[in-house]
Write a protein that binds this ligand. Structure first.
Ligand code: NAI
Length: 298
């Protein structure tokens, strides 16, 4: 490998970086010269409790390795918390170039048993948390004409998984946020992408079985590092990543069936055409999709 991807002077916020994937991202970015805000509330997997030491310990690791970082223990789950996290970056390093939305919690339950206390905190941390942190950062990024945002989605939402309506909805919501940020950020050299990781952390330690050995969190961070870099070619994209494998997940639309006098029976009779995956488009954004739509009608 030549021409290492460096981050000299770039300022990165990594939320939920007191352990697991976030810690790994923070260590990798810092080792390549980024100035890092290590944010973490330090709670349990279900979001209860807090440990102010979690972020500090990762900062100590970064500092010991010769990097530069500051700890932040605000919660991403409120607008005030998000603003405070971005302010930590401004106070310590004077700017913010990169936001890695990674903080997360789990409160799994089959849908018929889901209660508001299992739903709201999950939406607050994953989905609204990304809004709360990204928005004040986005304002700065627009002003400076540069920014990179990475949201942590999940296959649980993109593809569906039992017991995770709350988590899945939040994670797929992040795809929507990412895609609109890509559209709104384009003019300002702000790129936003989403990842769907698979790695052995405290969140997954009981479900991965023997596969866990192959799924070190450090194998997620190279993708996050690339998406956070100036050289990142992608925006508005989703990537599956784990165990050293990286692949793009994309949202396609079939060629479809057109009938100006459409009735339910036509759909019964032409369902195969509606759902024929052999030919499809991959729209970049709504404008793109509208164009395809109008062309099909003409
Ligand atoms: P983790 O539990 O080790 O990391 C999540 C971190 O977020 C924790 O350190 C926690 O203290 C922090 N956090 C929780 N609520 C917070 C809040 N309100 N404010 C600030 N920090 C908060 O688990 P892991 O696996 O590292 O998860 C990282 C992200 O990756 C999460 O968003 C998770 O949903 C996502 N993910 C992980 C997968 C995996 O295979 N490990 C699979 C798919 C998605």
């Amino acid at each position: 490998m030549t021409d290492e991807l460096g981050f000299d002077g770039k300022v990165a916020i990594v939320t939920g970086a007191g352990g697991g994937l976030g810690r790994s991202h923070a260590l990798m970015l810092a080792s390549r010269g980024a100035l890092v805000v290590v944010n973490d509330l330090g709670g349990a997997v279900d979001g209860t409790g807090s440990d102010k030491g979690a972020a500090e310990r990762v900062v100590d690791e970064i500092t010991a390795a010769g990097g530069e970082a500051v700890a932040d223990t605000n919660s991403v789950s409120t607008p005030e918390g998000g603003a405070a996290i971005v302010q930590t970056a401004i106070d310590a390093f004077g700017r913010v170039d990169i936001v890695i939305n990674n903080a997360g919690i789990l409160r799994d339950k089959a849908f018929h048993n889901l209660t508001p206390d299992l739903l709201n905190p999950v939406l607050d941390v994953h989905l609204k948390g990304a809004f709360h942190v990204s928005q004040p950062a986005f304002v700065k990024m627009r002003e400076q004409g540069y920014g990179r945002i990475v949201c942590t989605s999940s296959a649980a939402g993109i593809f569906g998984n039992f017991g995770q309506t709350n988590y899945g909805a939040a994670k797929m919501g992040l795809v929507g946020l990412t895609r609109v940020l890509a559209v709104e950020g384009a003019k300002f050299n702000i790129k936003a992408n989403a990842i769907a990781p698979l790695a052995l952390t405290r969140m997954t330690e009981n479900i991965l079985g023997g596969l866990g050995d192959k799924l070190d969190p450090s194998l997620i961070s190279p993708l996050v590092t690339f998406l956070a870099h100036e050289d990142c070619p992608a925006t508005g994209r989703i990537f599956s990543v784990g165990g050293g494998r990286v692949a793009e997940i994309f949202i396609g639309e079939t060629k479809g069936y057109v009938n100006p006098a459409l009735a339910a029976e036509h759909l019964r009779d032409h369902w195969e055409q509606v759902t024929d995956h052999r030919a499809y488009f991959v729209p970049e954004n709504l404008n793109d999709e509208s164009g395809i739509f109008l062309k099909a009608l003409s």
